[in-house]
Structures are given as structure tokens and as C-alpha cells.
Design a protein around this ligand. Structure first.
Ligand code: SDX
Length: 432
């Protein structure tokens, strides 16, 4: 079959030019415009990457119109139902689900990398006690590069793999430490007898004074939330990790860049913003006036946890989290939780409102996750840090894919220049 081409023609009589059309395994085809500048002297203009595929990837697939999300081809619903977080992490990193032996080896490796260097512990005392956990995470994860920079050869696959293990293993420890530092409680060393998620909850909520028994329903809920957040194609933070990685920077520095990018309220910071928004609305009777403010775009008011660049349908993760929310509230005897009821009422109003229908705005992953976290006793300021913990798996898998990609080049976009055209220097005495 001959190569499919896209032809670009111009209204000013310039000769038209052809570009190859590339097909993936599933999803929209892409026009390969790499030769555009060489052929025409023009660039594409696409702020926000509305129509740009920035790379090839075989990790995560989203069909935004159908509300489909798959990791390595497996539907998110099945993975969330049947897998542990580390099983999913193995899948995302390696492309296949592990067999029993492979999973045991992987769990053992991760379990034995959970401690952090004692020197790293001292970084925490440089922060104020009330420092936002995401600020601490940016700093401490960035500092990891100071511990491993000299030993990393990013062109060596085993060296890349050990970096991935270290990051996945240490993020729960570093995240829990940022919470303990806030509260003034002692840092808890990881416990190798616990699962990944049990250990994280132990390091968050355990104290040296008493034994803590994990609650299986709550552990499972956290496990599921981590699975749902593990990867999501070329979102803003993942693209940040890839851009930093394209320069050859070490993976710890790249993940720190991803954490910074995730923090914003339009991205991972939305889970924190949802709780603040629900707190401000306060009562179902205030929903209509809040929705009016959003529709009037009054003071940049937004329905946080709603809308998505790719999903023009229900985010499949939001559906699973809503169900998890029911289970957790039932387990904790909080069925009448005021915030959950308010969120359900707000969702109903929005889904029936023309403004949201016309713009295809549905709940996203962040809409219900905060209510589950809150029920688990996690403070609002930790929500985005937990997102970062889970997304570290996706970031490091995407970074690894990038480094091994023969098409990879340093990320270097161009611009449509709108500033002053060349002009001569004006001496001070002649300036107005
Ligand atoms: C995540 O990309 C990923 O995959 C991200 C993520 C992941 O797993 O990595 O899924 C995680 O980041 C989820 C998104 C969390 N953010 C929020 O919940 C914040 C609220 N949402 C919006 O900021 C917004 O919907 C975005 C940022 C998520 C998407 O932005 P887009 O694709 O650039 O869309 P847009 O801002 O251009 O919106 C189109 C229209 C606009 O109205 P008009 O100018 O056409 O009149 O819809 C409106 C927007 O004003 N709109 C909203 C809205 N979201 C979009 N109006 C009110 N409330 C909202 N939440």
C-alpha cells in the first residue's frame, strides 16, 4: 500500500507540499510535520498542544469521546478491580503484567529501596513547619539527584531501571515524611513486612508509641486511587518530565520538574481545590448561585474537578472513585457525609446545565478523590502530593520510553514572534 499523504496548499499561489500521515495501533492518525520548516520556512502554531502529538508512546491510551483509559491495552476498570498498585506499576514499566515470580521479585526490590539516606532526612529541617507538602516534595525529590547524580548513566538500561526502582520505592517515604514534618511527629521508618500501600499509610499515620492495624477496606481504597493516578498519557506534568528528560537531565531532577508542574490547580492541584470549593459552597442551597458565578466567569470562578482536555465524556477514573467513595464512607459509617452529598448534588446540577453540556464538561479524576482522602484522614494539603506519589510510576516509565526512543531530540519549540523588529540602540539622553 502506498504511503498516505496530507497535502498542504496555500491561497497565495505557493506550491503545495505533502506530508506523511502516520497511523498508530488505535486512535487518531497524525500528520508528520517534522519537515514543514525545511519545506516551507513555516512553523505550526499550537499553544497548549491542542492538535500536537509530541511523541510516540505505547504506554497509555485514552479515547476521550468514549471515556476509555487503558494502561498497556488493559482497561483501567479491570486493573483497578483486580490488581495491586505494584502489579500495575510493573505493567506500566515493563509492558506486560507480571507472573507470580516476577511480581514477587519486583515487590522485593521496591520494598528494599524504601529507606532514604539519613543525610536526606536533614533537608526537611530547612523547611518551615507549615511548608506546603508539594513544595517539600519538589525540593526533596530534586535533592535525590544530589545523592545519585554521579552514579547515573541514563544511556545504560540497568542504570535507568535502578533509578525507577529508587523513585517508586522512596516516594511514599518522602511524601509521608513531608506530612510528619508538618505535624511535628517523628518520621516513621518504612516496614518491610507491609505492602506498598499499607506501608505508606503506616508511615503517614503510625507513631512509635503504638501498633497500628491496617484496615483492609481503606487500604484497598488507597490502592485503587493510586492505580487510577499512575499514568495518563502526555498530560502537562508528564510532558514536563519528557521535556526536562530530553536535555539529558538525570531522572530525579526530571521527576522534580514533573512534581512542580503537577502542583497547579488546573492539573493535579485540582483535588485540593475541589475541597476548598465544596467548603466555600457549604450547603446545597448555595449551588445555584455558585454555578451562576462559574457560568458568568465571575472572578475566574471554575467548577474544580470538572472538564478535561481529552475527555469529552465522563472520566472513567471519576466513576471508579465515586464508587470507592461510597465504599469508604460506608466502612467508616459516614454515609451521610455532608461533603459527599454536596459533591453529588453539585455534579447533578452541572451535568444537567446547558453551559456544561455544551462544553462537554464532566467530572474528572480530581472531583471525588479528595472526599476519599478526607475520609481516610488525609489533610487537604497532602492530596496533590499523593497524586505525585502515584504518578511517579507513569513519569518514570515515560522518561524511560523517551530515552530509548530513536526519534527523541531535545524539546525545542519555536514561536510566532510579535515583538519589536530589529532597531538601533538609543543612547540614554535621547530616550523619551
Ligand atoms: C488533571 O491532561 C490530563 O490528562 C490531566 C489529568 C491527569 O491524570 O494527568 O487527567 C489530571 O489535570 C485533571 C484536570 C484537573 N483540573 C480541574 O479540574 C480544573 C478545572 N478544569 C479546567 O481548568 C479545564 O477543564 C482543564 C484545564 C482541565 C482543561 O482545559 P482546556 O482543555 O484547555 O479547556 P478550556 O479551558 O479551553 O475550556 C473550554 C471551555 C471554556 O469556556 P469558553 O471559553 O469556551 O466559554 O470550557 C470552560 C472554559 O472556560 N471550562 C470550564 C471548566 N473547564 C472548562 N468552565 C467552568 N468550570 C470548569 N471546570
Amino acid at each position: 500500500m502506498s504511503e498516505k499523504l496530507a497535502t498542504l496548499s496555500f491561497s497565495d499561489g505557493k506550491p503545495s507540499v505533502d506530508f506523511p500521515v502516520l497511523g498508530g495501533s488505535v486512535g487518531p492518525e497524525v500528520i508528520d510535520v517534522r519537515a514543514l520548516y525545511a519545506k516551507t520556512g513555516m512553523f505550526t502554531y499550537d499553544p497548549g498542544f491542542m492538535s500536537t502529538a509530541s511523541c510516540r508512546s505505547n504506554i497509555t491510551y485514552i479515547d476521550g469521546d468514549e471515556g476509555i483509559l487503558q494502561y498497556r491495552g488493559y482497561p483501567i476498570e479491570q486493573l483497578a478491580e483486580h490488581c495491586s498498585f505494584l502489579e500495575v506499576a510493573y505493567l506500566i514499566l515493563n509492558g506486560e503484567l507480571p507472573n507470580q515470580r516476577q511480581l514477587e521479585v519486583f515487590v522485593d526490590i521496591i520494598t528494599h529501596h524504601t529507606m532514604v539516606h539519613e543525610q536526606l532526612v536533614r533537608f526537611y529541617s530547612g523547611f518551615r513547619r507549615d511548608a506546603h507538602p508539594m513544595a517539600v516534595l519538589c525540593g526533596v525529590v530534586g535533592a535525590l539527584s544530589a545523592f545519585y547524580h554521579d552514579s547515573i548513566d541514563i544511556n545504560d538500561p540497568p542504570s535507568r531501571e535502578i533509578s525507577a526502582f529508587r523513585l517508586i520505592a522512596k516516594l511514599p517515604t518522602i511524601t509521608a515524611m513531608s506530612y510528619k514534618y508538618n505535624t511535628g511527629q517523628p518520621f516513621m521508618y518504612p516496614r518491610n513486612s507491609l505492602s506498598y500501600v499499607e506501608n505508606f499509610l503506616y508511615m503517614m499515620f503510625g507513631t512509635p508509641c503504638e501498633e497500628r492495624k491496617p484496615n483492609p477496606v481503606l487500604t484497598r481504597a488507597m490502592e485503587r486511587i493510586l492505580i487510577l493516578h499512575a499514568d495518563h498519557e502526555q498530560n502537562a506534568s508528564t510532558s514536563t518530565v519528557r521535556l526536562a528528560g530530553s536535555t539529558g537531565a538525570n531522572p530525579f531532577a526530571c521527576i522534580a520538574a514533573g512534581i512542580a508542574s503537577l502542583w497547579g490547580p488546573a492539573h493535579g492541584g485540582a483535588n485540593e481545590a475541589v475541597l476548598k470549593m465544596l467548603g466555600e459552597i457549604g450547603d446545597a442551597k448555595n449551588i445555584p448561585s455558585f454555578i451562576k458565578r462559574v457560568k458568568d466567569k465571575e472572578g475566574h470562578a471554575m467548577l474544580m474537578g470538572f472538564g478535561h482536555r481529552v475527555y469529552k465524556n465522563y472520566d472513567p477514573r471519576a466513576k471508579i472513585i465515586q464508587k470507592t467513595c461510597h465504599e469508604v464512607l460506608e466502612e467508616l459509617d459516614l454515609k451521610d457525609d455532608k461533603l459527599f452529598k454536596l459533591a453529588l448534588a453539585l455534579e447533578k446540577v452541572a451535568l444537567e446545565d446547558d453551559y456544561f453540556i455544551k462544553r462537554k464538561l464532566y467530572p474528572n479524576v480530581d472531583f471525588y478523590s479528595g472526599i476519599v482522602y478526607k475520609a481516610l484522614g488525609i489533610p487537604v494539603s497532602m492530596f496533590t502530593a499523593i497524586f505525585a506519589l502515584a504518578r511517579t510510576v507513569g513519569w518514570i516509565a515515560q522518561w524511560t520510553e523517551l530515552i530509548g526512543d530513536p526519534d527523541q531530540k531535545i524539546g525545542r519549540p519555536r514561536q510566532l514572534f510579535t515583538g519589536a523588529a530589529g532597531r538601533d540602540f538609543v543612547p540614554m539622553e535621547k530616550r523619551k
